[in-house]
Design a protein. Structure first.
Length: 241
């Protein structure tokens, strides 16, 4: 069984890749540029007795995604990717008045177009095989909004809406499509945020760990989660519900 995790060279993506490998999947570790960090994810997986491989492409680039995924499929004629975790994402926070068009577009391309770019090439095979799991890593910001994140909130809100639509398109084919909306999770992405101040706002009084997000993704990826689809599940220590 093959699972693809985008942006798996570090952070939440790495934890998800490790968890799915532990669950018995052969994990395809997607990343854009950091060969060493991606290799580190793979080394940790193999050291723990799991299986995986690197699959380098930019999720914001429609042609590159199609090329990489078509090549993989050609090289594995008897296999298919049954679990897709759309995790890669960036943020570029700026108040709207200072937000340059390229910084609006870059975030939307990386976080929202990527959903289309990576999911579409894999969907036909899931439909043919009549089984699939698609899990999109959204954000609290896509539900609640956050000042300084109009670009990021729009991208994540878009992913949540697309999740609901696609879930309805493919439910009959036994493919589930869900989103996960983390609050503050301890990764490089939250580096520089005022953690002590923010923790006071979180009922659980701490940031979450990438492994906690990975555990939720692991369940949604399992066969047991067959009747959950079109959902967006919060994981935020009680910050928002
Ligand atoms: P991170 O910055 O540590 O990792 C993001 C990963 O995505 C990196 O491996 C990066 O190389 C990859 N990536 C970025 N652009 C890419 C591209 N164009 N093509 C391929 N890979 C690319 O961030 P973190 O925290 O692990 O975030 C993972 C996901 O979780 C993101 O979608 C993020 O928006 C979301 N998230 C994170 C939260 C947090 O508090 N850390 C909260 C809510 C959502």
């Amino acid at each position: 069984m093959y699972a693809l995790v985008t942006g798996a060279s570090r952070g939440i993506g790495r934890a998800i890749a490790q968890r799915l490998a532990k669950d018995g999947y052969h994990v395809l570790i997607n990343y854009r540029s950091n060969d060493a960090e991606a290799q580190h994810t793979l080394d940790e997986i193999t050291a723990a007795g799991g299986q995986g491989e690197l699959l380098k492409f930019d999720v914001a680039d429609t042609t590159a995604c199609q090329q990489a995924l078509n090549d993989w499929t050609e090289q594995h004629p008897n296999e298919y990717i049954s679990v897709l975790v759309n995790n890669a994402g960036i943020r570029h926070d700026e108040l709207m008045v200072f937000l340059e068009p390229e910084d609006f577009e870059k975030v939307i391309r990386t976080n929202l177009f990527s959903f289309y770019n990576v999911t579409r090439p894999l969907l036909a095979m899931m439909v043919r095989k009549r089984y699939g799991r698609i899990i999109n890593i959204a954000s609290l910001s896509g539900l609640k909004g956050l000042a300084g994140q109009t670009n990021y909130s729009a991208s994540k809100g878009g992913v949540i809406a697309a999740t609901k639509s696609l879930a309805q398109e493919v439910a009959k084919k036994k493919i589930t499509v869900n989103a996960v909306a983390p609050g503050f999770i301890q990764t490089d992405m939250v580096e520089g945020l005022p953690e002590d101040m923010l923790k006071q706002l979180i009922p659980a009084a701490r940031f979450g760990q990438p492994e906690e997000v990975a555990a939720l993704v692991s369940f949604l990826a399992s066969e047991e989660a067959a009747y959950i689809t079109g959902e967006c599940i919060n994981i935020n220590g009680g910050l928002y519900s």
